[in-house]
Design a protein around this ligand. Structure first.
Ligand SMILES: C[S@@+](CC[C@H](N)C(=O)[O-])C[C@H]1O[C@@H](n2cnc3c(N)ncnc32)[C@H](O)[C@@H]1O
Length: 291
């Protein structure tokens, strides 16, 4: 395992890691190897050149070696590090919940754009996972309170830890439920990023192997399964004028808009993610005014 050309030399280790990753089929093996080194050691990229030939700290090398094995097996960097950034906040993350994705920031942006910034609001985050949507909204809007709902108890534990870490435990609560079943409303805002991957659909490296299947996959061969259930239940859970904001998979915005229309919802906003994909859609019950 130790590279021949210098047991503790960081540059030799990064070269070795790049070869290992390349052999495992990673396309950007060199860049990945450098990133892995920087995150494992806490050093900046420049140190690779500046400290060329110098022995690296033993603790950093040990972490790098362990991470290299796991990363080569497809484990996401966020799970190795134990946290990841989302909308400017840091969230604990591990295999209990989906890793917060930058795409989901579109849900936060769309919800913020439709709601009054100062007026108090009760919000529900259905399928809260790490709690990233709920807690980001509460962090940005001091007058809001909210509940994170998930069917997974381990995910709820993680979300509670994130609420504590972000000092949002007083304005947030968490409950195990099947979407809105038994969840006390009403809410001015409901957000949800439900599972929308149809089994058999292609996913990024390591996603299906390491992230919870309950967070990814629709239970049936129907990517609209969760949306249909939430749209049906949300009508009575929303306060008058309340808004429902969904995240949706790439290329599925029109399918969701058609479904919502058939269930008597009116679209009131849409947002693209950073890649230009229509990622968040907002609805209100037909004929209601925005809050
Ligand atoms: C795609 S993840 C979203 C996690 C987080 N909100 C985010 O955006 O990163 C979907 C979440 O929905 C939860 N979930 C799946 N089916 C559910 C159900 N019937 N009722 C409540 N939550 C459910 C999963 O456990 C998972 O945490």
């Amino acid at each position: 395992m130790i590279p021949r050309d210098g047991a503790g030399d960081r540059a030799a280790w990064v070269r070795h890691a790049a070869e290992t990753l390349s052999a495992a089929g990673f396309e950007d093996a060199r860049a990945d190897a450098e990133l892995l080194w920087c995150r494992a050691s806490g050093e900046g990229r420049a140190m690779l050149a500046l400290r060329h030939g110098e022995a690296a700290p033993i603790a950093a090398l040990a972490r790098f070696q362990a991470w290299l094995v796991r990363f080569t097996a497809g484990e996401p960097l966020a799970y190795l590090e134990g946290s990841t950034g989302f909308h400017g906040l840091e969230f604990l993350c591990d295999a209990r919940a989906l890793i917060p994705r930058a795409d989901s920031e579109a849900v936060v942006e769309l919800a913020l754009s439709l709601m009054h910034p100062q007026r108090p609001a009760r919000i529900a985050d259905l399928g809260t996972g790490s709690g990233c949507l709920l807690l980001t909204l509460l962090h940005l809007r001091a007058a809001w309170r909210g509940i994170g709902v998930d069917r997974s108890l381990p995910a709820l534990d993680l979300a509670r830890s994130n609420a504590l870490r972000l000092a949002l435990e007083v304005r947030s609560s968490f409950a195990q439920a099947d979407w809105l079943d038994g969840v006390p409303g009403p809410f001015e805002l409901i957000v949800s990023n439900p599972p929308y991957v149809v089994p058999g659909e292609e996913l990024g490296r390591g996603v299906a192997e390491h992230e919870p299947h309950a967070a990814l996959f629709t239970p049936a061969r129907d990517s609209m399964h969760a949306y249909r259930r939430i749209l049906s239940a949300a009508r009575t859970a929303l306060a008058p004028g309340g808004i429902l904001v969904f995240e949706i998979g790439a290329g599925r915005a029109s399918e969701l808009a058609t479904l919502a229309d058939a269930l008597e919802w009116e679209e009131c906003g849409r947002r693209r993610d950073l890649s230009g994909i229509e990622r968040a859609l907002a609805f209100r019950t037909r004929g209601s005014a925005l809050p």
